[in-house]
Design a protein around this ligand. Structure first.
Ligand code: ADP
Ligand code: ADP
Length: 226
């Protein structure tokens, strides 16, 4: 099975703006896939539809074989989402934010605590576990969202511009971390507007522009074309 299959996806926002104009996209299990494109191309909209935060207008989406329209609960369990904006409660502690995610996925409390320790340690946030999230730096907040997204151990991790506004040193360590968990078997899709990020991390790439996929290829092939 494929990690993601999208066929003929269209999104028309209220007011009539057509953000996605018929997108076809397949991401294989185990892949590290970049959706690359300029601001306004439709990357966040695409991710929003896959993770069921944005209603689609037309088309089919399935994740590990689960259909968005008919098997939504199963589909959601496959996905860990790291959104672009910090959407956690800034007054909760780092550990609370991660552990509370368990409630959405039926992860037992004890297991949630074990996993939060594991992921917070891996992401260098364990020392901050009892701090309110607002006390963290921007890069730490981004890593916190990664830990939260991994709590239910999804098979597909989706990150929307994960290193936007992150300094180069931290960016490298985030890249290393994502590469490592991809090697351990998790499929990753990220959006970016840096070719360098796609080039460093990803195996395959879709280039999106003005709501259309204009290229869908491997990084290797893309680089020999440039
Ligand atoms: P990207 O993530 O590639 O920057 P987006 O998916 O955020 O692009 O946006 C694609 C287009 O859809 C943009 O022109 C944006 O202004 C528009 N758009 C995004 N969200 C909405 C919305 N809620 N209502 C109307 N238009 C929107
Ligand atoms: P509040 O809005 O008071 O902060 P919520 O219970 O709405 O509390 O959300 C808590 C956190 O969990 C937020 O960061 C939110 O983005 C995230 N969240 C909310 N609903 C879901 C969901 N269905 N699946 C995954 N994460 C969610």
């Amino acid at each position: 099975t494929n990690a993601l299959e999208i066929k003929g996806l269209r999104k028309v926002y209220k007011g009539g703006f057509e953000a996605l104009k018929g997108i076809d996209l397949t991401v294989k299990e185990g892949d590290f896939y970049a959706l690359l494109g300029p601001n306004g191309a439709g990357k966040s909209t695409t991710i929003g539809v896959i993770s069921s935060l944005v209603n689609k207008t037309e088309g089919q989406v399935s994740v590990f074989g689960y259909d968005l329209d008919t098997q939504l609960a199963d589909l959601k369990r496959q996905i860990g989402l790291v959104p672009q904006e910090f959407n956690f409660n800034q007054f909760e502690t780092v550990r609370q934010i991660v552990v509370n995610q368990a409630g959405y996925y039926g992860v037992p409390r004890k297991l949630a605590h074990q996993r939060s320790e594991k992921y917070l340690k891996q992401l260098g946030l364990w020392d901050k576990r009892d701090q309110p999230a607002r006390a963290l730096s921007g890069g730490m907040k981004r890593r916190l969202m990664i830990a939260r997204a991994l709590l239910h151990e999804p098979k597909l991790l989706i990150l929307d511009e994960p290193t936007a506004g992150v300094d180069i040193e931290l960016r490298r360590s985030m890249w290393d971390y994502l590469t490592q968990i991809n090697k351990e078997g998790i499929t990753i899709i990220l959006t970016t507007h840096y070719l360098e990020e796609a080039e460093t991390l990803c195996r395959n790439i879709g280039i999106i522009d003005a709501g259309r996929i204009v290229e869908n290829t491997s990084i290797k092939k893309l680089l020999t074309q440039l």
